[in-house]
Design a protein around this ligand. Structure first.
Ligand code: HEM
Length: 407
């Protein structure tokens, strides 16, 4: 590896079994093929690019790691340079027994009862983005529509200003696409976020409102005040976990339906058929699961017969598990009416996604409103779709052609 804080230039991957790299240019668009190829050869790939780090590709191996907090710690939730300083962002970076208190604190804000009332506002928001495309025929669907929806959702819930959206996306880009290979970027983003979060927490401490930020500003666990460092971590986690995750899922879904007109037509015709829409959005989540997590190995063990040693890192490749033919019938097929779909896009075990109700609502609403408005949209083949690599994978630029129908 290079200098302690500088970026590491690495050659393109040619051997995904022994030298995988989630920041390789091939990963974004081709990760599913990569995982399937690796799975044909072995259950777990390795690399030395981030120190020694593993990449499980079967449902069994991913499940084993996600449930085993004795050997795998969440202090590292991203496979990055092993000398990177990791800052806490509970509950995602917490292990038992601390994890439970942090999760319990935030859980009510994400319950179905708290999230369901957001639907009307989200629909209005999507329609206003669509109205803004009036008369346009060539648009970047990611830039003009998809990326704004989760920002709107999390800003409403958390209470951070939506006008800071560009800054949030810039933090997310640097944190996921650059920081795993560059400790200086990691530190810089963490410092910028800490300063921002401190300002907001100071405001809410002084003047509480009816938002999650105010709850965090006054957080206590078992009667003990939570430290400022951990409160900053909660806010960072909400911003990081709440935006490009759902942005990726919506973008992947719309990319998919642009390329599969028969499925798109079936969904347009289904309109209010809740069952078909439910199975279709769950299939988007299975097939294009955007989030891959990481763990630090804290005690020697074995996974799927492969030794893993204390101090090494591992991915928890939930999206790869979703393509394991041992776990899904015809795993390679995208079926909008897949009835049995026990996908793990939202993770497994104690860290299972807190935001899944919000993510599902945003995904369904965004897909429905788009397909209603533009049932005949197509990919613009003159301009490429680009994909984010690494921890949160999905389209970042998605040029499409629109035909406007009179509504
Ligand atoms: C399609 C969108 C999303 C996907 C696929 C997704 C996926 C995941 C996954 C796989 C985990 C498990 C992490 C692990 O095992 O280390 C997780 C945890 C988490 N997610 Fe999501 N997520 C999504 C959207 C959201 C949203 C909108 C929020 C809202 C802020 C959110 C907040 C969280 C939190 C707080 C955790 C940590 C839970 C814990 O550690 O107990 N996620 N998510």
């Amino acid at each position: 590896m290079g200098e302690a804080t500088g970026a590491t230039e690495l050659p393109p991957v040619t051997d995904w079994v022994n030298d995988w790299d989630w920041l390789d240019d091939g990963w974004g668009e081709h990760a599913i093929e990569i995982w399937n190829d690796v799975r044909d050869q072995c259950p777990m790939a390795t690399t030395e690019r981030y120190g020694r780090a593993h990449m499980p590709v079967t449902m069994d191996a991913v499940t084993e790691i996600a449930h085993d907090t004795e050997h795998f710690s969440s202090v590292f939730v991203s496979v990055a340079r092993p000398d990177a300083v990791r800052r806490p962002a509970p509950p995602i970076t917490s292990d038992p027994p601390d994890h439970h208190g942090h999760r319990r604190l935030l859980l009510p804000a994400f319950s179905p009862k708290a999230i369901a009332p957001m639907e009307d506002d989200l629909r209005r928001f999507c329609r206003s983005l669509i109205a803004g495309l009036e008369g346009e025929t060539h648009v970047d669907l990611s830039e003009r529509y998809v990326q704004h929806i989760p920002v709107h959702g999390i800003c409403q819930l958390l209470g951070v200003p939506e006008s800071d959206a560009d800054m949030f996306r810039d933090w997310i880009f640097r944190n996921f696409q650059l920081a795993p290979r560059d400790n200086a970027v990691r530190e810089q983003v963490a410092d910028e976020m800490a300063a921002y979060n401190d300002r907001l927490l100071d405001q809410r401490e002084a003047e509480p409102r009816d938002d999650l930020l105010s709850l965090i500003a006054h957080a206590e666990i078992d009667g003990e005040p939570v430290s400022r460092e951990l409160k900053r971590g909660y806010v960072s986690l909400m911003i990081i976990a709440g935006i490009d995750t759902t942005w990726s899922a919506i973008g992947s879904g719309l990319w998919h339906f642009a390329r599969h007109p028969a499925q798109r037509a079936a969904l347009v015709a289904a309109d209010d058929d809740v069952l078909l829409w439910t199975t279709a959005t769950e299939e988007v989540l299975r097939y294009y699961a955007p989030v891959t997590m990481g763990r630090k190995v804290i005690a020697d063990t074995e996974v799927a017969g492969c030794p893993v040693r204390e101090g090494e890192q591992t991915l928890v490749t939930f999206p790869a598990a979703n393509h394991d033919p041992a776990a899904f019938e015809d795993a390679h097929e995208f079926r909008i009416d897949r009835a049995r779909n026990r996908h793990v896009a939202f993770g497994l075990g104690i860290h299972r996604c807190l935001g899944s109700n919000l993510a599902r609502l945003e995904l369904t609403v965004a897909l429905q409103e788009w397909l209603r408005a533009f049932p005949d949209y197509e990919l613009d083949h003159d301009r490429p779709t680009t994909w984010a690599n690494g921890q949160v994978r999905g389209p970042r630029s998605l040029p499409v052609l629109l035909r406007h129908t009179v509504l």
